[in-house]
Design a protein around this ligand. Structure first.
Ligand SMILES: [Zn+2]
Length: 197
């Protein structure tokens, strides 16, 4: 497998293979907040809604974080009222797009086919559901809608990137996938993925 080409921003939810049944499942990134005071660590360690993590910054200093899993617990606002002073539930709200964090790739998976729900560390090239290998390169989309936009883009003669919400995504498609010989096998492979559940 080659490395995935990168583009930002990435949405906070991605379509992945269910680790149990391999059907289409939903991965959602965890959110995190720095724990500012040592005396607050015990609270986040004890609260089952959070995962406590310790990280080391570029200068070698330890710092502490509380991770939350909206994909498993829903928005934090709905369930917690005893946070230590200085913390607000919205600190752990999803931003519209995911940005790289210390726990990059940490999140949760939910599968509607087999009802599996768990914390999950994302392995991008192995997990992504809408990923097509072509001549040693990986073409990928983050969910069904973006896979459809990608399919239509590859299939079109004009290759216009002006599709609602996907212009930036389509702008970053490597040229190997836009060669005319790639059209038929890629559209066929994407159609197969889009038709499966
Ligand atoms: Zn499953």
């Amino acid at each position: 497998m080659t490395r995935l080409y990168e583009w930002n921003p990435v949405p906070h939810r991605l379509a992945i293979h269910c680790p149990i049944c391999r059907n289409l499942a939903e991965f959602e990134f965890a959110t995190y907040r720095r724990i500012e005071r040592r005396e607050h660590i015990a609270y986040f360690k004890a609260n089952k809604a959070f995962d406590y993590r310790q990280y080391i910054d570029g200068c070698g200093h330890k710092w502490h974080a509380a991770l939350y899993y909206p994909g498993l617990h829903g928005p934090l606002q709905s369930g917690i009222h005893d946070l230590p002073d200085g913390y607000e539930p919205q600190f752990w709200a999803q931003s519209h797009y995911w940005c790289s964090s210390p726990g990059s790739g940490v999140g949760s998976v939910r599968c509607s086919a087999c009802h599996f729900r768990s914390k999950h560390r994302l392995n991008w090239s192995d997990d992504l559901y809408f990923l097509i290998s072509y001549r040693g390169h990986n073409l990928w989309a983050y969910d069904r809608d973006s896979a459809m936009a990608l399919r239509n883009f590859i299939d079109s003669e004009t290759r216009s990137v002006h599709q609602d919400g996907y212009s930036r995504f389509l702008l970053h498609i490597p040229s190997v996938f836009k060669h005319h010989k790639a059209r038929e096998p890629l559209v066929k492979a994407l159609d197969k993925k889009l038709c499966s559940k």
